[in-house]
Structures are given as C-alpha cells and as structure tokens.
Design a protein around this ligand. Sequence first.
Ligand code: NOJ
Length: 542
Amino acid sequence: MTTTSSWLQDAIFYEIYPQSFYDTNRDGIGDLPGIIEKLDYIQVLGVNAIWLNPCFESPFQDAGYDVSDYYRVAPRYGTNDDLKRLFDEARRRGIRVLLDLVPGHTSHLHPWFQASCRYQRNEYTDWYIWTDSGWTWEVPGLRLVGGYAERDGSYVTNFFYSQPALNYGFANPDPCHPWQQPVDAPGPQAVRRELRKIMAFWLDMGCSGFRVDMAGSLVKNDPGWRETAALWQEVRAWLDLEYPEAALVAEWSNPPVSIGAGFHMDFLLGFDSAGYQSLARKTSTGGKGSDPYGCSFFDPAGRGNIRQFVDEYQSHYEATKDQGLICLITGNHDIVPRLGDGRANDDMALYYLFLMTMPGAPFIYYGDEIGMRSLVGLPGKEGALGRAGARTPMQWNGGPNAGFSTAPAETLYLPIDPDPRRPNVADQEDDTASLLNRVRRLSALRHAHPALQAAGGFQVVYAEWGRYPFIYRRSAGDETILVAINPAAYPVEVSLPNLSTNATIETLYGLADPFTRSDDRWTIKMPGVSGGAYRFAYRLIE
Ligand code: NOJ
C-alpha cells in the first residue's frame, strides 16, 4: 500500500468519548488529564491510536458535535496545554491521537454563525447557507430553519437545528434559487481555507489526524459526490505535502467513494452497510418477515448469514485495497446496543478474533473491551436522544461510581450501569480468561503477524449462505494464517478442498488443532462457540 501512512499498517484504534472516560477534577465529567492517566492502560491493551470525540468549546447540544470554537479545548475537559500534553504523553507510549473534525457545521452559537445572522453584510455573511427569504422553509434535499436571524433568510442545517451547515457551495446551483452559491464562490472558498487552518493548528500541536464527521455532506446537491470528493482530494494533496504522516478517517460508510476522495480510511456503519449490520447488530429473535436472516452472524442462535457481510465487504475491499483501509468497529458513540448487550464473553471474544484478524484498521469503542452493556431508558443527555445508553461512564473498578469519578453519583455526566454484576477493568485484569485479557492477546497476535495487519492478503475460504463457520486466509511474505470462527452454539464440520494438504499447522490462538487430513483435503471440526487462528507452514514438495 503505497498511498497510506505506514503507521496505519499496524494500527489498532480506541475510541474515547471524553465525557465518560475518567474524571480527575470531580465535576462528574471525564477530562483530558483523566485520559493521560489512563494511557498506560490503553497501551497495555495493544492500542496504538486513539480517536477522541470532539473536545472543543461547545454548548454541547450534540455532545460537542456543535463546535463554538475550533481552536480551543472545552474548559470542562481542560486546556489546549492539556491536549498537547496528551499528544506528547501518548506519543511517548507509541500511541497517536486523532481528533474529531466537524467540518460540515458549527454550533448556532459559534461567533461566525452569529455574525452570519446579522442584517449588515460582514465577513461571515456567506459562511453559511442562507436562502433569500426567511419565509422559505422547504427546499427538496435541504433541511431549513426559518425565523431565527435578523437577516432575511432561512439557514440550512446539517443535523439538529443547532448545527447550521457551513457553506461549501452547491455542485449544481439551482438557477431558480440564486442564493445557492457555486463551490468557487468567495464564501465557500473562505470556509475551505479555514478548514485547513483548523487542521494545521492541531497537527502542528502534535495530533496525528482526524476522524471526519459526516465527511460526505459538505457540498450540497452533489450527485455522486463529485465536488465533495474534489474538495477532500485537495485536502489530501496538501496533507501529503505538509503532514505526510497524518491520517484521515471518514464517517461516510462508502469506502470506494471516500477512499477515492482521498481518505486513508472509512468505517462500515449501520446507515449504509447492511453487511456491517448483519454481523452483530441484529437480534437472536430476528429472521421474521422479509429478512430471512434477521439474526446476527455473531450470535449463538446460529441463524445469521455471513454472506450478507462478505459480499458487500469483498466488493468494497477489491475496490480499495491498494489505496486505503476499511475500518471495522466494535461499536461507537452513536450505536445502541453495545456489542456486550445480550452477549456472553465467549461470544464477544469471537467478534474480537474476527476484528483483530481482518484487513484494514480495527476500532474498539471504550468499554467494549470489558463487555460493557448499554443502559436503557436514559434521558437524551446533550442531544444524545436514544444514543445515551452507549455513552455511560467507563467501569474501572468495583468501587463507588465504578472508579470513574469521586464526584457525588447524582452529578455524573450519565449514570453508571446499576447492575451489580457490571464488568470492570480491575476484576478483569486479574483473570487471564477475562474478555479484557483475551482482547489483549488478540491485539498482540495482530501486532506480531504482518499477515493479520492492514495490508496482508485476504481470501475467503468458507462463507456459505446461512451456514457456519466463517473461514478466511490472511497472508504476507511467506506467512499464511487461517482464521476460523464458529459463533453458533452448535458444532460444525466442513471440508476445505482448496487448501493444500502439504502443510503443517500451528495453532496461534484459540481452539487447538481442529484439523484432520484425509487423502486430499483438510477437514475442520469446531465445537459450538469456538474459533482460532492457525499458521500454515508449507513444505517443499520432494
Ligand atoms: C455523526 C456523529 O457521530 C454524531 O454523534 C453526531 O450527532 C452527528 N454526526 C452530527 O455531527
């Protein structure tokens, strides 16, 4: 892979929702000094890159995805100096930090937007998308808010009403709506320049790149994302020149498009990837109605369908494998339920075996490494709405507030999981069979074998419609590793006619030695809920 920063080849990411990670100043909200204190834990997990959700000044009407100052850390998390210290301390431990860049919209309380609302023309008048009448409330394809500003116009919002869209212009401005500006108009060009300025500011301070929020949303009325892609290609060309080690991961869920647009990586996420959904996001009781495989593949019910994932993944993979990485995740701050909901540790461990042995870059959402569960019935804290359940405080130990904070429990950002059996780090540290220690072993396995890393070869060996297990081969140089995963509670046996029998097999992880050789083929026999990784050493034919 020539066009991707070399450190990404062996990157394992950890997503931190700063509000909920570790509180050191007793205000009930996590902070940057708290993350710094936990860097050793992150390092031992085998993680070498962090994605930090937005930590900039904000009124927090969407948990910080509504920025009111891109150049300043929100005081509740600390200071810019704390963030610099985080970059430096992380780097000392071989960990890079990606910030969350929200390029498409600001908070409506951002001074730029407040200036843009004014009746008098000013520097920011065209930084946002305004119609030419405050009475225009509906234009197909756009979400408008009217009646807010003293200027006569409605503004376009990207998400909530409190997130007005910055003006990157329209790919095809509608002549009936002269307020739609082309991408090369002065307003959109000024916004582009500002975007780079923000990125350079944090890169100069020591961050290693950005996760880019709603990366495909910038240029409006842009069929096929032609102009949005051109914008990101321009950013990428600049990065390659000025910050060649920096990495960009898109929230786009369309790897062929986003990676073609210059991103180093993209996630597969629920909103655009039925394949991703089919892995672990369906229920055991699914399978009704028009979706005969409504059950997750990673579910002991064993009624999932790995082909839903494989078909989609392979087409993305073939289209992008030499240019960028597809990121598989355990979950994120938008996804309820968490991986741990309704899954035993053995089930989750198989998902981790998959995650740590697939191409691309794996992302662990904080707390998923110990199997944290999401909470139901929480109020929609800071615009979380139904997402709050996956954003509760990290469970560090069995003490008060699960060791997250010494503030009074009622002042915490979100409540701690009240379940007395809730998992915590301290208990799992001491148990070699814990999920935490299995995740550590699996990340160590990935680091030890280039075949398992981002650019190692990937071939599907066994993935049958509605059947278990899932078997694939990873390879690099002269190393070949076979990964076999059976999340179903029932035993399975399959023969593998396409694998040379002229090999010796070494178990690297998991279920020991499940292969038998008969004349011309290998057969693998796996009990329920089992999996492993196996090195095939080929012998020279005499
Ligand atoms: C995607 C982020 O992940 C989500 O949390 C946020 O609400 C929206 N983008 C809007 O920025």
